[in-house]
Design a protein around this ligand. Structure first.
Ligand SMILES: *Cc1c(COP(=O)(O)O)cnc(C)c1O
Length: 406
């Protein structure tokens, strides 16, 4: 039976790829009193977070903030820009891509899911060349949007969004580009304007280090134009009323006041560390994690080193080992939560989150928990991933800011 008084000593290690651990600073900010959402203090808070979040998406254009999980912002992106029966082109990178595809069908769109055969697509990023070829075969421009996931949280694979933009342009196709960066935002470099994205979708509980509960649409002028003629039913999600009220820092409904305090705090933390330093920290921790997996003699879910995720690492277990059993052993013994395998890879792999509020020692503790848990569960390991990761982290200590970008 679920014991809600369960409270073991020490911190719980929440190493799933979202929700990520929430910093104490952010939790304290959330405890400020809930204020009048029509009063003057609220307007100042609203203007601050609406301005600040643009720097994270790297956009000069508006970002809409919804009191909803990421799934809500997925829906908002589709219903604001598209009409019933519209064809949309999606790419199967993993579980989240398939869920977005399912949503598009439910909304009355006609999604087409491109992908590599079997589980291959679940080990690689988006193939921009396949998107280009498909768009070239659509001379009547019946495809209205291309939808891709920037960081596929089910596999630990990123995709080259700039390459997808180039593919759309090379095909001289007017389709909108909609990108889910729910788990990439604020952990991996992301450039809404520079990459020519029309709607970028973000969430609070991953790189932004907030609890679940708010999500985002960054909106290009072209997407805003499309929203004026798109006819899918929308009311709560409609951008127009929200953008109108946002000009003075308010919302047409009661926004999530305390989560906006939290956002304000996390934006300050990201700014103080510097986004480039945040990205470099994630790349270095991700490299340390992969070094551990390789030393264990296990395979990384992402099969293409060019698109390794800085957010999480998928650890594949040998044939015949139930990854969820291993996760259970780790949880019960070491108070450490790891991500489960989703969809096609359920039971075959587990996911280590290294995003948001994380550092060398939280990663090492996590790897120690994984290593001990795998030993207890009888998983044959080649060597100690934990000490390989220690070597890597020691060797690169205080040099994180000198790692090359990419
Ligand atoms: C977490 C996540 C979602 C879903 O967001 P919710 O907040 O759970 O609704 C969608 N896409 C990606 C890539 C995610 O990581």
């Amino acid at each position: 039976m679920l014991n809600l008084n369960f409270h073991p000593a020490g911190r719980h290690f929440l190493q799933i790829p979202g929700p990520s651990p929430v910093p104490d600073r952010v939790l304290r900010a959330m405890s400020y009193p809930t204020i009048d959402h029509r009063g003057p203090e609220f307007g100042a808070l609203g203007r601050k977070v609406l301005g600040g979040i643009k720097t994270v998406f790297k956009t000069r254009h508006p970002v809409v903030i919804y009191p909803a999980s990421g799934t809500g912002a997925w829906e908002a992106a589709l219903v604001n820009t598209l009409s019933a029966g519209d064809q949309v082109l999606m790419f199967e990178t993993g579980h989240f891509a398939t869920l977005w595809n399912k949503m598009a069908t439910r909304l009355g769109l006609q999604p087409e899911l491109l992908g590599l055969p079997g589980v291959q697509g679940w080990r690689h990023g988006v193939r921009a060349d396949m998107i280009e070829e498909r768009l070239r075969n659509d001379p009547a421009h019946t495809i209205k949007a291309v939808c891709v996931v920037h960081n596929e949280t089910s596999t630990g694979v990123t995709s080259d969004i700039a390459a997808v933009r180039r593919a759309i342009d090379a095909a001289r196709h007017p389709a909108l580009l909609l990108v889910d960066t729910i788990s990439g935002l604020a952990s991996a470099d992301y450039r809404h304007d520079e990459w020519g994205v029309d709607v970028s979708i973000g969430g609070s509980q991953k790189g932004l280090m907030l609890p679940p509960g708010i999500s985002f649409n960054a909106v290009s002028p072209k997407a805003l134009d499309a929203s004026r003629t798109a006819t899918l039913a929308k009311a709560f999600w409609a951008w127009d009323d929200i953008l109108e009220m946002n000009q003075t820092g308010y919302w047409p409904y009661t926004p999530n006041t305390n989560l906006l305090y939290a956002l304000s705090e996390s934006l300050e933390m990201l700014q103080a560390e510097g986004l480039d330093n945040v990205f470099a920290r994630h790349r270095r921790l991700a490299q340390a994690c992969r070094t551990a997996v390789q030393a264990w003699g296990l395979e990384i879910q992402c099969a293409d080193p060019k698109v390794y995720s800085p957010v999480l690492t998928g650890v594949m277990l040998p044939e015949g080992v139930d990854a969820d059993k291993v996760r259970q052993v780790v949880y019960q013994n070491f108070n450490l939560s790891l991500g489960t395998g989703l969809g096609k890879v359920k039971g075959r792999m587990y996911r280590i989150g290294h995003l948001g509020e994380c550092n060398d020692l939280t990663l090492l503790a996590t790897l120690a928990g994984c290593e001990m848990g795998m030993h207890i569960a009888g998983v044959p390991l080649l060597g100690s991933g934990m000490s390989a990761a220690m070597d890597y982290l020691r060797g690169t200590a205080s040099r994180a800011d000198r790692l090359p970008a990419g």
